[in-house]
Design a binder for this molecule. Structure first.
Ligand code: NAP
Length: 256
């Protein structure tokens, strides 16, 4: 048995890259990791991440904003380089940035399909590759990919999103198989139905909104706060023997 650790969830001295950190779930995850002690690279595209940065700094963390479109593969190295330059390395990668495009499959524009796959899947693969190389070299690292209930289910009118999130779950398992023996844990969080911009259209649809709520055993939509504990857990040494797991944080949706 290893010597007793006072706090297995402590992230002091760790550096985390969080994509999509300017708003929504990514903002909450970033601030949560700062609360546990991590310094941050906050990746944002169109939003300002100043609010996230201020919240993290108020908790004593150091944070740097990197403005990048993760769909642009040529820019992804800059994210990892920023972490190394600013904090001397990278311990935690959270692939959170994601988009959704709604249209029935026969009307689904190919450009929407492509954009969703570029942001939700292709960027995840390349960032995992870049971070994984560093982490394998240092013999330690944590990768958390943000999956979805649509990593398991088909959804309605979101074929590109569903394909991307099934693939994120598969990629998480594939990388975990390769990297578990090298000290790098790759896992995913599958959020349930959370109140963010991503689900605004669903919440504004009275029928879908009622149907969804009726299926959630917890009796409420999730909030960004609900992801903080699970993210700290998967980023910390508390989860060192977890590999390729997709952790549902869904108020019980999947069990219904
Ligand atoms: P959101 O409020 O719509 O925020 C999306 C985030 O992704 C924003 O921070 C956005 O940054 C970033 N992003 C989008 N395109 C980007 C690009 N090309 N480059 C860099 N960043 C980009 O969504 P959310 O609900 O917080 O979702 C976060 C993640 O959780 C996504 O992967 C989503 O699929 C997943 N998820 C959400 C739910 C839910 O119920 N909300 C459920 C399951 C899974 P900018 O603001 O800078 O554009």
């Amino acid at each position: 048995m290893k010597p007793h650790q006072r706090n297995r969830f402590d992230l002091q001295g760790r550096t985390a890259v969080v994509t999509g950190a300017g708003r929504g779930l990514g903002q909450a995850i970033a601030v949560g990791l700062a609360e546990a002690g991590a310094n941050l690279i906050l990746v944002t595209n169109r939003s300002s991440a100043e609010e996230t940065k201020a919240k993290a700094e108020a908790l004593g963390a150091k944070a740097r904003i990197v403005q990048t479109d993760v769909a642009d593969r040529s820019k992804l190295t800059d994210i990892i380089d920023a972490s190394v330059e600013t904090f001397g390395g990278l311990d935690i990668l959270v692939n959170n940035a994601g988009i959704i495009r709604r249209a029935p499959a026969v009307e689904h524009a190919y450009s929407d399909w492509q954009e969703v796959l570029d942001v939700n899947l292709n960027s995840v693969f390349v960032l995992c590759q870049l971070a994984g190389e560093l982490m394998i070299e240092q013999g330690r690292g944590k990768i958390i990919n943000i999956a979805s209930m649509l990593s398991y289910q088909g959804g309605i009118n979101v074929p590109g999103y569903t394909a991307s999130k099934h693939a994120v779950a598969g990629l998480t398992k594939a990388l975990a198989n390769e990297w578990a023996s090298k000290g790098v844990q790759v896992n995913a969080i599958a959020p349930g139905y959370m109140s963010t911009d991503n689900t605004e259209a669903l919440r504004n649809d009275p029928v879908r909104s009622r149907q969804i709520l009726e299926r959630i055993p917890a009796g409420r939509w999730g909030s960004d706060e609900d992801l903080i504990g699970p993210a700290i857990f998967l980023a910390s040494s508390a989860s060192d023997y977890m590999n390729g797991h997709v952790l549902c944080v869904d108020g019980g949706w999947m069990n219904r």
